[in-house]
Design a protein around this ligand. Sequence first.
Ligand SMILES: C[S@@+](CC[C@H](N)C(=O)[O-])C[C@H]1O[C@@H](n2cnc3c(N)ncnc32)[C@H](O)[C@@H]1O
Length: 251
Amino acid sequence: MRHLTLIGIGTGDPGHLTRGAVAAINAADLILIPRKGAGKADLAEVRQALLEAVLTNPATRVAGFDLPERDEATPNYLDRVNDWHDAIATRWQEVILAHAPADRVALLVWGDPSLYDSTLRIAERLQPKPQVQVIPGITALQALTAAHAIPLNDLGAPVFITTGRRLRDGWPAGATRVAVMLDAGGAFAALPADGVTIWWGANLGLPSQRLDHGPLAEAGARILAARTDLKARHGWVMDIYLLARSGDETL
Ligand SMILES: C[S@@+](CC[C@H](N)C(=O)[O-])C[C@H]1O[C@@H](n2cnc3c(N)ncnc32)[C@H](O)[C@@H]1O
C-alpha cells in the first residue's frame, strides 16, 4: 500500500457524502470496513449501504475486519487507548496483506477524521508510512446544528467542544456554549440545570434520528428516557448536544 485515503462520510445520510468522497471511494483498490461486535455501534451495515449507493468501480474490493477489543484492565486511560491503537494498526496491516496487491487503500471515517477520531493517529503507526490523504466529511456537530437550524456560536464568541467524561468535572470556565460528544449517558445531569438550554440529537442522519430541545431542567429527563428507548431498540445510541448558559459573559 502506497496511499491511504481517510474518507469522511458524514453520519450515515447518503446526502452527507461529498463528490470528493464518492470519487475517493471509486479510486480505491481496497476499502476496509471495521466491525465492533454485537451490541456496539459498529455501523458496518450503514457503511455497506453507502458503498452500495455510490461504488461503481468493479475493481474496488471491500474487506470487513473485526476491530481488536480494548483491554479495559490497563489502569491508565491513555495507555489503554494507545495500546488499542497499536493493535488496530497491526490488524489493518494484516487485512491489507491478506488482500495484496492493494496500492490504494481507503477507510470510511464516521463524520470527519479531524473530530474525536483516532484514524489519523492510527495511520501514523503504519510501517512503511503510506501517503495519507483526508477527504473532509460532515461532522456530528454539523448534523446537530443543521437538524436544529441553529448557529454553533454566540455572536463573536468562542465555542467549547468537549466529552461527556470531562463535562462531569463541571461547566468549562469562560464558555457560554458547550458542545458535548462521546457521552456514555446523561453527563449533563451532573450540572446545575438552572439557566441552561440544551439542543440534543441522537443517531443523526440515520432513520432512527431523534431530536429534543428546551430548558435542561425540563428536557433532561425526556432525553434520558429517549436514550434508554433507543438503546433498547437498537442495542446502541450515539448522541451529541449543545448547551448554552445565559449570564456567563461575566465569568
Ligand atoms: C468517536 S466520535 C466520532 C465523531 C466523528 N468523527 C464526527 O466527525 O462527528 C463519536 C461521537 O460522535 C457523536 N456522533 C457520531 N455520530 C453521531 C450521530 N449520528 N448522531 C449523534 N451523535 C453522533 C457522538 O457524540 C459519538 O459519541
